[in-house]
Design a protein around this ligand. Structure first.
Ligand code: ZN
Length: 140
């Protein structure tokens, strides 16, 4: 007897159409949430939100997706940039003690890392949106 492809023990991913076990909460190929129970626990919720943001960054289909990413991450990027400029531009009245130099370096590295991450998300989303739009216009 041939194996039934649409057996009840398999479920198709709604995002990439990969076959997964029926009881899977997330797709094994693209990590998309597959069940209504996927995002109930805090880790699952983070995982599902991560999938949504990765999808928005890599395939921003509509202008509202691009605007949403900018509204979500743009203010934080601006605030981090201003904070970083304030830290680097501040005149601490003479030589700071060694402890505060270490603190300043750690704070600058943490802020710089977060700013680089947010900048990468904003840049990649905008670039991918513009590329997809140019491709769609050239195919018309
Ligand atoms: Zn999938």
């Amino acid at each position: 007897m041939p194996e039934n492809v649409s057996s009840p023990s398999l479920a198709l991913c709604p995002s990439c159409l990969a076959q997964n076990p029926a009881e899977a909460h997330f797709c094994s190929r693209c990590n998309a949430p597959m069940s209504s129970m996927a995002a109930i626990d805090p880790i699952g919720r983070l995982w599902a939100q991560g999938h949504m943001i990765r999808k928005a960054v890599h395939r921003p289909d509509r202008p509202i997706v691009l605007a949403g990413i900018w509204l979500l991450f743009g203010p934080s990027a601006v605030a981090l940039g201003m904070k970083l400029l304030a830290i680097l531009g501040s005149d601490g009245y003479g030589e700071p003690p060694l402890e505060s130099i270490v603190t300043i370096v750690v704070v600058v590295l943490l802020h710089g890392g977060a700013l680089a991450l947010l900048g990468t998300i904003l840049f990649s989303t905008t670039r991918n949106f513009l590329r997809r739009r140019a491709k769609a216009i050239s195919q018309e």
